[in-house]
Design a protein around this ligand. Structure first.
Ligand code: KG4
Ligand code: ZN
Length: 345
């Protein structure tokens, strides 16, 4: 292809290392994913029942160059073809974030390429752009991951209004904690979903928490405690715990709250597009319930494929493109910001 034919293409190498996945991807014009390499650390952290931050950082250092080389090679490109380097700089584990940020800055400096710093949640939301070419703001998005539960109005590319967030545990965190309590281990979400297929979602009535002074806020710690109390009660009475019923009933309680909040927001804001994002959005039961509600409301429903719901770098490349064309650039003083708030970038 000649240089002229290529000119309208913005090719971004994106890097993600905020938690326990070392990931790199090449994304063209924000929506055309040319590669998406993810090195998961799940096996390493499973030994400890959860993510060990220091081990995560070390593993990122070990893997990052390999993962980037693979992403370029899968895309049949080299660094010479890139127009920019994008990297997640928060929120996340500080040591883990620093590995990606240092790597991105080094490449940016060595190759004289513009650097774009991306908010991890913006990345999750933008994962929806990759497989839905027709999706454009404004739309509502529910971000449900291991660290975050946000109901967001995406008013424009890179512009967000937070309608609600969790007051305590994130939805994914609740999945992980309940999975541990019923002996399923880490990571909890996929394990609860798998076992729930053998259970009855109406077997046990767990609470659907409402937050009095914030209609769109969430609270999952009460639900988690209700599950723990139920398990304790069974143990004290010598009753057998039906793991699949507990999993299915817990999952149903989370689903009802998420769908209820989403439906309420769709009604209040009169939006005709609704998207979900984040690791928990890969849950089949939650996806079907959202799809059914959106169909009933006559609203378009958008969701990434499961592999683009959990942490990946393609979503970072998608978000970075819209920042890049808006002229946003990071300097070589870019630092990891573990508590970065959405909209603060
Ligand atoms: O988005 P993500 O990969 O990382 C964060 O940014 O937090 O989300 C990870 C979370 C974990 O809590 C995991 O248990 C949850 O997403 N998760 C699921 C499923 N797959 C992953 N939760 C429910 N059902 C699933 N199928
Ligand atoms: Zn994430």
């Amino acid at each position: 292809m000649t240089k002229i034919e290529n000119e309208h293409e913005i090719k971004i190498l994106a890097i993600e290392s905020s938690c326990d996945e070392t990931a790199a991807a090449v994304v063209v014009n924000g929506r055309d994913m040319r590669s998406n390499v993810i090195s998961s650390q799940i096996d390493l952290h499973t030994l400890y029942g959860g993510v060990v931050p220091e081990l995560a950082s070390r593993k990122h250092i070990e893997k990052i160059n390999q993962v980037i080389a693979q992403a370029l090679s899968d895309a049949h490109m080299t660094l010479d073809d890139m127009d920019a380097i994008a990297v997640t700089y928060g929120p996340g584990l500080v040591g883990a974030l620093l590995v990606g940020v240092a790597e991105a800055k080094a490449i940016s400096y060595a190759r004289n390429l513009p650097l774009v710093g991306v908010h991890h949640i913006e990345g999750h939301i933008s994962a929806n752009y990759i497989e839905n070419p027709e999706l454009e703001p404004p739309f509502l998005c529910l971000v449900v991951s291991g660290g975050h539960t946000h109901l967001v109005k995406v008013t424009d590319y890179g512009k967000y209004e937070i309608l609600g967030r969790t007051r305590d545990d994130a939805a994914g965190e609740a999945f992980d904690k309940v999975a541990r309590a019923i002996g399923l281990g880490y990571p909890g979400g996929p394990k609860i979903e798998k076992v729930s297929h053998e259970g009855n979602p109406n077997a046990i009535v767990f609470p659907r928490a409402k937050v009095g002074d914030g209609v769109y806020d969430f609270s999952f710690s009460g639900l988690k405690s209700a599950v723990l109390n139920y398990l304790n009660g069974c143990n004290m009475k010598g009753e057998t715990i039906h793991q699949a019923d507990v999993a299915a009933s817990f999952q149903q309680a989370v689903t009802d709250v998420l769908v209820g909040h989403a439906e309420h927001a769709i009604e209040e804001f009169g939006m005709n597009r609704f998207a979900i994002a984040g690791g928990v959005a890969s849950n089949g039961v939650i996806r079907s319930a959202m799809a059914e509600m959106c169909e009933r409301k006559g609203v378009g429903f958008y969701h990434p494929s499961p592999i683009l719901c959990t942490d990946n770098a393609a979503m970072i490349g998608a978000a970075a493109y819209y920042d890049f064309i808006a002229g946003k650039r990071a300097g070589l003083d870019l630092n990891a910001v573990p508590n970065l708030k959405l909209g603060e970038a």
